[in-house]
Ligand binder design. Structure first.
Ligand code: C2E
Ligand code: MG
Ligand code: MG
Ligand code: MG
Length: 281
């Protein structure tokens, strides 16, 4: 039984659970208006070449500037968006915004690098995905080879369906990368069956890599497998010089992590990483 009473215009709830349910409902309601009210923003995290420390791509990561609660992490609101069906609208907004930003950067003489966009499972399986991607590319003027879509292993459980979708996306000239690689349940056979271009080694294998021989072995194996399969590979979550050194020694060509940069608003990416492309030390 939900016991509540009114006091000074506030609802008081009998217990912690009720409070959390109410909070979740409020967030869900606010999220419905967030797109229209332009409260969502994209930050971009530079992806860096271990060879020359240059920015070779960016990952678009969504944030919600809540008018009262401040900046809300996608870890909090993307699951709410997924459960409430809002993820399609939000995902489409993210895709358009990321493509538009990269297209503008290209037109303004910025580096010719790709933008990576995370897809949710629902987006990936929605029948309209390929058409949406196609029309967003046309609308924003971004060339397809500069768009990369991130999916996770779990999304490929239904092989027949995923195979068809990935094929169509790939035929557009858009690249596919496997996010959080190594953490999902799946066989490796899809790596040869499906048009996948890049593996993103999950941060969980990087965190303790300097001390943990198992993590070192796993990461070395993923890199080697990627090389054999002619896939690109990037390591996520590099925070220290020691981690970078290990990755470089293992010939990982690309890395992403706080050591080089947190995800940044577009203007800060320009300030810190555009001409001359130099990493601030
Ligand atoms: P992800 O796609 O694996 O993104 C990487 C996350 O790791 C980002 O968190 C990023 O800020 C964080 N990160 C990067 N480098 C480091 C590091 O060195 N140390 C640590 N501790 N963290 C690092 P963020 O932005 O909070 O996003 C979390 C997750 O939310 C993403 O994981 C992705 O699964 C999801 N997400 C973010 N944006 C979107 C989006 O536009 N659409 C969808 N469907 N999901 C999104
Ligand atoms: Mg990602
Ligand atoms: Mg992810
Ligand atoms: Mg990831």
């Amino acid at each position: 039984e939900v016991k509540k009473r009114e006091k000074n215009g506030h609802l008081l709830f009998s217990n912690e659970l009720d409070k959390r349910i109410l909070e979740r409902l409020e967030l869900e309601n606010d999220l419905r208006k967030a797109v229209q009210r332009q409260e969502l923003v994209l930050h971009y995290q530079p992806q860096i070449s271990t060879k020359n420390s240059r920015m070779i791509g960016v990952e678009a990561l969504v944030r919600w500037k809540h008018p009262v609660r401040g900046m809300i992490s996608p870890v909090v609101f993307v699951p709410i968006a997924e459960e409430s069906g809002m993820i399609l609208e939000i995902g489409t907004w993210v895709l358009r915004e990321a493509c538009l930003q990269m297209s503008r950067w290209h037109q303004a003489g910025g580096p010719l690098i790709p933008v990576s966009v995370n897809l949710s499972a629902q987006q990936f399986h929605h029948s309209n995905l390929v058409d949406a991607v196609k029309s967003i590319l046309l609308e924003t003027g971004l060339q397809p080879q500069y768009l990369e879509l991130e999916i996770t292993e779990g999304m490929m459980m239904d092989h027949a369906v995923s195979s068809a979708i990935l094929q169509e996306i790939s035929e557009l000239g858009v690249r596919i990368s496997l996010d959080d690689f190594g953490t999902g349940y799946s066989s490796l056979s899809y790596l040869k069956q499906f048009p996948i271009h890049k593996l993103k080694i999950d941060r969980s294998f990087i965190t303790d890599i300097t001390n943990n021989p198992s993590d070192q072995a796993i990461v070395a194996t993923i890199i080697s497998m990627a090389n054999h399969l002619k896939l690109d590979v990037i390591a996520e979550g590099i925070e220290t010089k020691d981690q970078l050194d290990i990755l470089t020694e293992k010939e990982c060509r690309e890395i992403q992590g706080y050591y080089f940069s947190k995800p940044l608003p577009a203007n800060e990416v320009e300030e810190s990483f555009f001409v001359p492309q130099r990493i601030p030390v």
